[in-house]
Design a protein around this ligand. Sequence first.
Ligand SMILES: [Zn+2]
Length: 196
Amino acid sequence: MECSHKKISKKKVQKEIFNMIFETKTSVCDNCGAYLRDRGYEKKYMHWLEELYKTRRNKFQTQCYFSKNLIRCAEAYLEDYPGISTTIFIRGLVTVYFNIIDRDAKKSARLELLLDNEIYNSFSNDKDRKKVNIQFKPKMIIELMAISELLEIGPSIVVEEVVLKLMTAITSQDKKLREFWENEIRGYLDMFLKAA
Ligand SMILES: [Zn+2]
């Protein structure tokens, strides 16, 4: 039976993020131990992250490994975008994925359906990889951590998978996938890259 969290007390709780510890008091259920994160908790957490971001920006990054072939494809794509580095581009892909595709059930289902497995696997199985550190802002980090906790995989893996999916859409010759990319996604990425 699910606990209805009837008996609650304020307790000190800790949360680990990128090897740093956030500590605060919040409501905890006496019976099952669940943290009932209220708005005060979320606010303090966000504030803590933002303060940290000012001084320790280098902590706000995921260390990813990408196929060198994928990086070459990204560089080729960026020939039309002078001044944009691959790391900014990758951050753009992740931002667009979470803000545009993941929040839209129709778009995300469509991407999964159309995904060109042959290309996806060629990126994913490539053993020749390069390490890339991608920096994110606190808001994006919170989103990444939430997804990573939900899927029980590290935030770097979440980023790698998102980038693989979108790079597959960018490089595929499949007509439907290309159309989906060009008509429904590309404009958002262009907007991000223009603002970068
Ligand atoms: Zn409970």
